[in-house]
Design a protein around this ligand. Structure first.
Ligand SMILES: Nc1ncnc2c1ncn2[C@@H]1O[C@H](COP(=O)(O)OP(=O)(O)OP(=O)(O)O)[C@@H](O)[C@H]1O
Ligand SMILES: [Mg+2]
Length: 267
């Protein structure tokens, strides 16, 4: 059964046609790596998946809900099932690592924000949060303010927060783009191990082709608002992936005229 089923999705901003008929199905428990050049529409597609933006046409079914039509309380409930990890971590810098993880329970706890505050959170929740921190190797840093951590450690905190949320689906938008190669690889490894353990369905965008060839089950590539590539990871080579970065790749680029193309070839 597909946990994510995107059908014929179109989305425009002003006069830019960003998503140009996207079809994508991701079965439960599969990890899909999303590739594509800057401005090809990856983040817009991911934002459609958790109701941060809405397509004008098409359906974006996650579990049993069409996110293109879900609003209000149903949307809030649905968002608890969808974890998100971003390039810039989205942590609260001046509170502790532990408190940031507790925020992962926001929306699950009766009593809302208050019961996710360190001083008021029930013992069972605090215990679970500590287990999540332990899983990402940061139990020793629990009391430190997040701003004092390295980028790699901050992304681990964000992963621990997602673990506490315990979603079925994870959307990771360039989770290692701000990290150096070694820290990026370590975070990617941790992320993949955790989603496997939990059986999460994953859509994860990356810009590093070498990581795309090592992690995940399947690679989907976008070019100028369309899906250009969709294949099991083991069947893909670097040249095929590199093709996603050649020619007209951005959605706000003009299609080259025949004259431009002739000039490029004669240069
Ligand atoms: N809220 C918005 N308002 C107007 N234009 C937008 C908005 N969000 C995205 N766009 C435009 O949509 C296009 C695709 O952007 P998007 O962020 O989806 O690309 P991306 O593939 O994630 O790129 P990157 O790799 O740089 O993150 C860009 O031209 C961008 O300017
Ligand atoms: Mg993006």
């Amino acid at each position: 059964m597909a946990n994510i089923q995107i059908q014929n999705v179109h989305k425009s901003f002003n006069d830019i046609h960003v998503l140009r008929g996207i079809d994508l199905a991701i079965p439960t428990g599969e990890c899909v790596i999303l590739l594509g050049a800057n401005g090809c529409g990856k983040s817009t597609l991911m934002r459609c998946l958790n109701g941060l933006t809405y397509p004008e046409q098409g359906s974006v079914v996650v579990g049993d809900q069409d996110m293109a039509k879900t609003r209000g309380r149903r949307l809030r409930r649905q968002r608890q099932r969808i974890g998100v990890v971003f390039q810039h971590f989205n942590l609260v810098d001046n509170v502790s690592v532990f408190q940031n993880v507790l925020y992962g329970a926001l929306g699950q706890q009766p009593g809302g924000l208050a019961t996710t505050l360190q001083a008021l959170a029930p013992q069972s929740l605090r215990q679970r949060a500590m287990q999540c921190l332990d899983r990402v190797g940061l139990a020793d840093q629990a009391t430190q303010p997040c701003r004092e951590l390295s980028g790699g450690q901050q992304q681990r905190v964000a992963i621990a927060r997602t673990l506490l949320q315990a979603p079925d689906v994870l959307i990771a938008d360039e989770p290692v783009a701000s990290l150096d190669p070694r820290a990026g690889r370590a975070v990617m490894e941790l992320l993949i191990d955790i989603v496997r353990e939990r059986g999460m369905t994953v859509l994860c965008s990356l810009h590093q082709l070498e990581l795309a060839s090592e992690y995940g089950d399947r690679v989907v590539g976008m070019k100028a608002g369309r899906i250009e590539l969709d294949a099991p990871r083991h069947e893909l080579d670097r040249d095929t992936m590199a093709g996603l970065y050649q020619g007209v790749v951005r959605v706000d680029e003009q299609q080259p005229t025949p004259a431009d193309t002739a000039l490029a070839y004669s240069a």
